[in-house]
Design a protein around this ligand. Structure first.
Ligand SMILES: [Cu+2]
Length: 142
């Protein structure tokens, strides 16, 4: 129990430090930039394994770690709440990172209703300001 609380305290301190380091350093997005899911369509019925294609207008894709204005990389949120992701910190495990600059992903999901949403982030995995995020779409896995 004592060990656990020490671990929690250290984690808290690290989080506090990283938020201080990054809070003033968010990357501007380009005016009018938008990210969207090309495929599947909102409401589409899909097989359990299907491809998600990512679209981006008004900005460019660059691998994580790349210093280049007006760029970022995709993050895919499956069945998650984008509002629960802090926008002044690196995106953690709430989304899948496409830090290699990938623009599609083959997913395998269980039967039923699922949601998909994209969030662009900078070289440090921190969402841009203003945030560039897609509409949240729903798919129905057959
Ligand atoms: Cu990332």
């Amino acid at each position: 129990m004592k060990k656990l609380s020490k671990k929690i305290a250290i984690t808290g301190a690290v989080l506090a430090l990283s938020s201080m380091a990054f809070a003033l350093d968010r990357t501007p997005s380009k005016p009018g930039a938008s990210v969207y899911i090309i495929s599947p369509a909102n409401g589409e019925a899909v097989a359990s394994t299907f491809k998600v294609q990512f679209g981006l207008n008004g900005m460019g894709i660059a691998p994580a770690g790349t210093e280049k204005a007006g760029t970022g990389h995709h993050h895919l949120i499956v069945d998650g709440d984008i509002n629960a992701i802090p926008k002044n910190l690196p995106i953690a495990t709430q989304a899948t990172h496409f830090g290699g600059g990938q623009t599609e992903k083959t997913l395998t999901l269980s039967k039923g209703k699922h949601t998909l949403q994209l969030l662009l982030a900078d070289k440090f995995h921190i969402p841009h300001t203003p945030v560039v995020q897609s509409e949240k779409i729903t798919v129905f896995v057959k």
